[in-house]
Design a binder for this molecule. Structure first.
Ligand SMILES: NC(=O)c1ccc[n+]([C@@H]2O[C@H](COP(=O)([O-])OP(=O)(O)OC[C@H]3O[C@@H](n4cnc5c(N)ncnc54)[C@H](OP(=O)(O)O)[C@@H]3O)[C@@H](O)[C@H]2O)c1
Length: 329
């Protein structure tokens, strides 16, 4: 079946910079190759990673996304929508399927349509998720499951501290850690204490009035979702075989991760979840879908902006104080 339009609407960033660099564009609708599906996007995410792609920061990330300017100018990573055309060899999807996924390093998810291989990070959307909720699954939920399960190796009954528990990664992490049978403590400001407790934290620390390193409590895992602490500071709040995991790379974290990989029982660990192979990411999504269907996980949505307000959505995302996730629809 052929789509009834010949163009797609998208957002382009042709040089690195602030939200004002985002420009609406129209492009010819791509034709699916034999293994591709063409998706009409219903909603797409606006994440911190999208902000980093737009700004080209940290600078070493430009090795992967383009040294002087973005290699792929259309922005956006997470999306959800409906399949409207399939290539001749596609077996996983059919026209009419509701799907969600992640565009990967070619980006282009903040658009009316996107073409992807059926072997990409592409999943059937569970009925329990709206398109907005599904569009953000590739950000906080996937990253936090990877960090808690694969990097921290969190076990049932262990104590976990989630720094930044009200953000995209944090709100997912509280729910996932709870579903994994851990005892969860989260940090956030006073206005988000109720939210974090309602997601499953048994204790909540207001980071504006209390310092978790000075409370005399020890955790098996500290998941620093925002890179606001460091392994060296967090060490004193870790048990003897405690793990500090952080998705925000810095020189200090890299050194601590390399050193603790060789010496000592306490560990510091980092990974870039979006760089995992698509099949590995699909396994994480399979587990997350099960949690969604068991009522253990629901992405927390803060604001959804209309498609033509992507610039405003980026400005809000960059305040550093969103609660959960931001999407455009
Ligand atoms: N390595 C990977 O695989 C990977 C994947 C995805 C994302 N990331 C990175 O992960 C980071 C986190 O992203 P995110 O989307 O979760 O962030 P976010 O949603 O923007 O975080 C916002 C939240 O942070 C809270 N916050 C701000 N300062 C805080 C502090 N000092 N202590 C505790 N909470 C604080 C705010 O709560 P209040 O309003 O209550 O202050 C707000 O709710 C980003 O740097 C992103 O690039 C890495």
């Amino acid at each position: 079946m052929k789509p009834n339009t010949q163009f797609l609407s998208a957002w382009s960033v042709s040089s690195y910079g602030g939200p004002e660099k985002l420009t609406p564009v129209t492009r010819p609708l791509p034709t699916p190759g034999p293994n591709d599906v063409l998706i009409r996007v219903a909603a797409s995410g606006v994440s911190r990673a999208d902000g980093m792609m737009r700004a080209g920061t940290p600078r070493f990330a430009r090795l992967f996304i383009g040294l002087k300017r973005p290699r792929h100018d259309l922005i956006g990573t997470g999306f959800s929508g409906d399949v409207i055309a399939t290539g001749s060899d596609v077996t996983r999807f059919a026209v009419g399927d509701a799907v969600y996924g992640m565009a990967g390093l070619t980006f282009g998810a903040n658009a009316s349509h996107i073409r992807l291989s059926e072997h990409a990070v592409l999943m059937h959307k569970p009925d329990a998720l709206s398109h907005e909720e599904a569009a953000v699954m590739s950000d906080g939920p996937t990253t936090s499951l990877n960090f808690l399960q694969n990097l921290a190796e969190l076990r049932p009954g262990e104590k976990v501290l989630i720094l930044g528990a009200a953000g995209s990664l944090g709100t997912a992490a509280v729910q996932i850690a709870k579903a994994m049978g851990a005892d969860v403590t989260g940090t956030c400001s006073a206005r988000n204490v109720g939210l974090v407790a309602s997601l499953g934290a048994s204790q909540v620390i207001d980071y504006r009035t209390e310092d978790f390193t000075k409370l005399g409590r020890r955790y098996d895992v500290i998941y620093d979702t925002l890179g606001i602490s460091s392994y060296r500071k967090a060490k004193k709040a870790l048990t003897r075989s405690g793990r500090y995991v952080c998705p925000v790379l810095s020189g200090g974290l890299l050194i601590d991760a390399l050193r603790t990989a060789m010496f000592g029982r306490q560990k510091a660990r980092f990974a870039a979840t979006g760089m995992l192979k698509p099949e590995e990411q699909r396994i994480l999504h399979g587990q997350l879908i099960e949690m969604v269907e068991n009522d253990q996980l629901a992405p927390v949505m803060d604001r959804t902006y209309p498609f033509d307000q992507l610039v405003e959505a980026h400005r809000y995302m960059e305040t550093g104080h969103k609660r959960g996730n931001v999407a455009i629809a």
